[in-house]
Ligand binder design. Sequence first.
Ligand SMILES: Nc1ncnc2c1ncn2[C@@H]1O[C@H](COP(=O)(O)OP(=O)(O)O)[C@@H](O)[C@H]1O
Ligand SMILES: [Mg+2]
Length: 323
Amino acid sequence: MIKINNVQKAFKKTEVLKDVTIEIEDGEIFGIIGQSGAGKSTLLRCINGLESYDGGSIVVGNQRVDIKDKKKLRNLQKKMGMIFQSFNLLERLDVYHNVALPMKFWGIPINTPAAKEKIMNLIKLVGLEEKVHARPRELSGGQKQRVAIARALVLDPEILLCDEATSALDPEITKGILALLQKINREMGITIVVVTHQMEVVKQICQRVAFLSHGKVLATGKPEQLFVWPKEREIRDFLREESDKLPTNGVNLKLFFFGEGNQRPIVTQMSQELHTDFNICWAKLEDFREDVYGSLVLNMNEKDLEKACKFLDSKNVTWEVLK
Ligand SMILES: Nc1ncnc2c1ncn2[C@@H]1O[C@H](COP(=O)(O)OP(=O)(O)O)[C@@H](O)[C@H]1O
Ligand SMILES: [Mg+2]
């Protein structure tokens, strides 16, 4: 659906995107995660032609994004709805007219029965039928984002681009917005690109994710592949979880459990079989959409390490010695 191939972009002399290559499939919820300043928003703006790029290519559907061809670009932009952290609603318009705004831009009448039905259906979809006539200032942050989502869908886009859409919302409200995005993806078949610095967002809804750092893609994969056991040092630093809390004596061994592995009493079995005690110094269970992934750090004597690793191998448990 979206093919980003070796895209480069600089502001003056500062390179902001360096050979970015990402392929986003039709119907997918794809995450782009990274620290502030990594280039995420710039990349998203290049995808929908709000920003030009200097090298490489971006193809949406089967059309190349080229900001010089204004007419083609406008038609392409119609296929892509976008939502932002700041909602960008017009204060002087009520919910109905904010949602209808893109239709007005396109010269589509908004008072015909068909248009009314469409706008009202979207307002219902986002759960705001009681607020149709409310102004943005009468709405909570979560409700404002729901209006923005309805507005982004009003021209029947194939793609929804979300730039830090939940970053200004508290965790409970975020969950509701993410559930709504999942519903839109599932029921309307809309491809969703989620740009965020929030791990939780990616873990909860993205099928695949690209990790962007200083304008480069460090890794692409399923969130559980990238975040439960990141091989890349920079991703580990970004997550920075257990490292500052571990004992400095002995060895720290990190174990990973996937799916049914969560239900096995591996650590107590290992302790009994090897006649040794281990110190459990850190543990975490994480939800990735439907699956639960666990990780655990054991501290042990250097002399026990080899047999512990052998035991874990025999039980098919993934492990890593933490340095
Ligand atoms: N219009 C602009 N002019 C100059 N520099 C910009 C502009 N937009 C973004 N940048 C710079 O590009 C880098 C990436 O920014 P951005 O894409 O907003 O990152 P992110 O969304 O990951 O936080 C930053 O260093 C930012 O300062
Ligand atoms: Mg940004």
